[in-house]
Structure formats: structure tokens, C-alpha cells
Design a protein around this ligand. Structure first.
Ligand SMILES: [Zn+2]
Length: 317
């Protein structure tokens, strides 16, 4: 069955039966899940099971600590391009760690979060302002931010074009947009299909490549000014989990065992999980090498794009 691309209206035939079933637009090339879950089901997926009540954390302790260290790297990368201080909007701000760091440097900060649990935790723990809700529905004042960031957000939302069009409206002249998404130009996606770590059902709805992300940004009135294909936070671990996903059985077993939710606890009690952990130690160096070599020759598995509002903007409204 051929679907219609939600971004450009082109025909989008099925390319992977899944689950999840994945379609690819024959006009703009963008890949997406064929069946987008109902809004209520999607909102529910980001509440207590995704972010823990009270702390807003997703992983068990040592992995949360490691994730915090990488936030400082994000901050420095942004400050090199937008020294500020100014105003920053972090869309899908998680626990608010990035915003806390900007606030500490004198920036005016605002976060948005679909999860009420994480929004409450960010407000309480990091004393940053976080609005619960979907960006296009929040109606913020135009041209009020110097930086708008989407870290691992666009692949989760129903209409990434609407999010970017809103970001375009909210950015001041010369402002900076930062978008980071999984890269499905990754050779492992060709090998593993829907067993690829970053397919991550039911959370990911879009599967961008460098080309489709660039096209989307251009259609939404942005000019790409910089790009990176390697993330120390995501790339090595993603390729390790992809190597493990070659094994039969439940995909991404090791990753899911690190989650702080009930399923993570159950997986940590299973012998197979500890087998994957041991194998993971042996494969750590090969995975690190693949995560460095792939982006240099084909594509990485994490794309970060820096963009500015295009001067002669043909932004979609
Ligand atoms: Zn399309």
C-alpha cells in the first residue's frame, strides 16, 4: 500500500514491513513510520515510563551521570557559534540540564517538554522555566530567541516541518538553529532494517538522512552553516548496540536494560542480558572504530546541523 508523504504530499511506498512499517517518499526521499500513533498514546509514552517521577531521569544512575557530562560539550559547541549571552529555547528539553548551564552563564532560558513529569522535574531541580506542550501550540512571541535547539526531538514529532517553521518565526535575525537527529544514512540501517538501534519503536516517527534533513531545513527557511556526523554521546554506543542487534532475539536488549523503568528492571534479571553485556565489552573498541570510520566514508549515525534563517526566506507558513 502506498501512503502520502506528510511533508510534501508525494507518494510514499512501503520500504520496510517492520514492525514498525516504514515508508519512503519518492519525491523528497524522507522515511517515516507508516502509522503514526494517536496523540493520546504518544503523550502517554513520554510520561512516567519514559521519565521517572520526581527526578525526570530516564536511565539508571551511572548512565545518567555520563549523560550530564555530554551536556557541557553541547553548551560549548553552541557558544562557539552564538557567544551570547542571549535567549535560548530548548525544545524537548528533557530534565533541563542544558538550560541550567546556559542560565548559569547569564542567558535567558526557556524549555518545552511534552512530558509533564520531566517539565515538573526540570522546574524543581534546575530552577528553569519549562512549558509543558507542543511547540507550535504554545504561541510564543515572534523573534524572541537567539538560539533554538532540537536535540533528538524532530524524529519524535508528528510534523517536524511545523516545528521548524515555528522555530524560524521565533528566531531573531541572524539567530542559530541547532538540530540533532539519528542519521539513517548509517550503513547499519541497510544491514539491520527495523532492528537498527535508532528505529526505536514506538518513539521515533521519522528517519532522516543528511540529504532529507538538509532539504527539510531549506524548505522551512533555513540555511545550513555547519554539520557534524559524530557524537561522542551517541555514536559509539549506537554502533555497539547495532553490532549486538545482529544477534537474534529482542533488539536493543542492553540499552533497554539500562532504563530506570519496570522493563529495564526485568531485563537486568535475565541471563541473556548479562551475555550481551559481556559481549558488549569485547565489542567496545570495534564499535568505537566503526563510529569514527563510517562518518568519514559514508554516514555516521548521529547528525548535528547548525543553521541560520535564510536571508531571502521562502519559509513555509
Ligand atoms: Zn515527501
Amino acid at each position: 500500500m502506498t501512503c502520502v508523504c506528510r511533508l510534501c504530499g508525494g507518494a510514499a511506498p512501503l520500504v520496510l514491513a517492520g514492525p514498525p512499517a516504514i515508508v519512503r517518499c519518492s519525491s523528497c526521499g524522507t522515511m517515516a513510520v507508516r502509522d503514526i500513533p494517536e496523540p493520546a498514546a504518544r503523550e502517554a509514552a513520554y510520561q512516567e515510563d519514559y521519565y521517572r517521577e520526581g527526578t525526570g531521569e530516564r536511565f539508571i544512575r551511572p548512565f545518567e551521570d555520563a549523560a550530564v557530562l555530554f551536556k557541557e560539550q553541547r553548551v560549548r559547541a553552541i557558544l562557539r557559534r552564538a557567544p551570547g549571552p542571549g535567549a535560548i529555547l530548548d525544545v524537548g528539553c528533557g530534565g533541563g540540564e542544558l538550560l541550567r548551564r546556559f542560565a548559569g552563564r547569564g542567558w535567558t532560558v526557556l524549555g518545552t517538554q511534552l512530558s509533564r513529569t520531566a517539565a515538573d522535574a526540570a522546574r524543581r531541580l534546575h530552577d528553569v522555566e519549562v512549558l509543558a506542550g507542543d511547540l507550535p501550540e504554545l504561541v510564543l512571541p515572534a523573534a524572541s530567541f537567539d538560539v533554538v535547539t532540537f536535540f533528538h526531538v524532530l524524529e519524535h514529532v508528528e510534523r517536524p516541518d511545523a516545528q521548524l517553521a515555528e522555530a524560524r518565526r521565533l528566531l531573531r535575525t541572524g539567530g542559530l538553529l541547532v538540530v540533532e537527529v539519528p542519521d539513517f544514512g548509517d550503513p547499519f540501517f541497510r544491514l539491520l532494517g527495523t532492528r537498527h538501534f535508532c528505529v526505536d519503536p514506538p518513539n521515533h516517527l521519522w528517519f532522516f538522512t543528511e540529504e532529507t534533513l538538509r532539504n527539510l531545513l531549506s524548505r522551512c527557511g533555513f540555511e545550513v552553516t555547519g554539520l557534524s556526523r559524530f557524537s561522542p554521546e551517541y555514536s559509539p554506543y549506537s554502533q555497539l548496540q547495532n553490532l549486538l542487534n545482529i544477534l537474534p532475539g529482542e533488539p536493543s536488549r542492553l540499552y533497554r536494560a539500562m532504563m530506570g523503568n519496570e522493563k529495564g528492571g526485568r531485563l537486568r534479571r535475565e541471563t541473556a542480558t548479562w551475555g550481551h553485556a559481556l559481549l558488549g565489552i569485547l565489542l567496545a573498541v570495534p564499535a568505537l572504530l566503526l563510529s569514527i570510520v563510517f562518518p568519514a566514508v559514508v554516514a555516521g549515525n548521529t547528525l548535528r546541523v547548525y543553521a541560520r534563517p535564510a536571508r531571502s526566506s521562502g519559509a513555509i507558513q
